[in-house]
Design a protein around this ligand. Structure first.
Ligand code: IPE
Ligand code: IPE
Ligand code: MG
Length: 247
């Protein structure tokens, strides 16, 4: 079956968020070190970014490194940071060719300076691209982001720049690192785990969640199309009744 042809382009999620999980287990299954899994995960990033851009998804956010991931062995953390630098540098040309803008969310200032530099260069070079925005969540956690938003807002109230009664959902959204990005309608997690692991907690209030057993290094365009088709077959009610939606 041609999955891609069955996708209703008028009902595409504007923003897809992905928890890329299972690199380590995929590598272990093959008798290889975990880093082998991370390296192979890059091909999936390439394919999924390309597929999203091709069908017209406007934002793709990839969870690449959580604030909790610093607790992994130093060897793995260092390898991931190096891989990030290499990948961003290598892929800038492809991003330009495909008119994709690179963006990042998370505590970027506290990434190693080399990683930060490569990332900021990639963001700057691609800043005028229009077809799709590829957002990398790096040194990211939802609680970090929410804590920061609360700190910024309380500071503004304390300084008399705003009244606490004027804090709306929109104002809170504007204080998140995703301020200019619409909430994801679809969130995908690979590798069979069914949890959120501190990702976009505020923004996924009404996202459809999609879990697949496939490990990230094996996730291909067809798997993405399957997830989108599943999304398109769901009824998003936003608190209303089914009858109200049909009308
Ligand atoms: C996801 O794969 C990549 C990162 C978290 C950086 P994992 O490294 O978590 O792989 P598993 O879950 O151990 O298999
Ligand atoms: C979540 O995956 C973070 C990323 C994909 C970057 P983890 O593998 O770190 O999540 P847990 O620890 O299994 O919840
Ligand atoms: Mg994992």
């Amino acid at each position: 079956m041609d999955l891609k042809a069955n996708i209703d382009l008028d009902k595409l999620p504007k923003h897809i968020a992905v928890i890329m999980d299972g690199n380590g287990r995929w590598a272990k299954k093959k008798g290889k070190p975990r880093v082998f899994g991370h390296k192979n995960g890059v091909q999936s990033v390439r394919e999924i970014s390309e597929a999203c851009a091709e069908i017209g998804v406007e934002y793709l956010t990839l969870y690449a490194f959580s604030t909790e991931n610093w607790s992994r062995p130093a060897l793995e953390v260092n390898a991931l940071m190096t891989l990030l630098v290499e990948t961003v540098r290598r892929e800038v040309k492809t991003l330009m060719d495909n008119d994709i803008r690179l963006a990042a969310i998370g505590d970027i200032e506290n990434l190693p300076s080399k990683t930060q530099k490569a990332l900021l260069e990639g963001i700057d070079t691609t800043k005028n691209n229009k077809r799709m925005t590829l957002v990398l969540a790096l040194n990211y956690s939802a609680r970090w982001e929410i804590r920061k938003a609360v700190q910024d807002l309380t500071e503004k109230v304390k300084n008399g720049d705003m009244a606490s009664k004027d804090i709306t959902d929109d104002i809170i959204s504007q204080h998140m690192s995703t301020a200019s990005i619409p909430d994801p309608e679809l969130m995908i997690r690979t590798s069979g785990e069914q949890r959120i692991s501190n990702f976009l907690l505020w923004q996924i209030a009404y996202a459809e969640l999609y879990f697949t057993d496939i490990f990230w290094p094996e996730f291909r365009k067809e798997n993405l199309y399957e997830a989108i088709l599943d999304f398109q077959n769901r009824e998003r009610r936003f608190g209303k009744t089914s009858e109200q939606i049909v009308l």
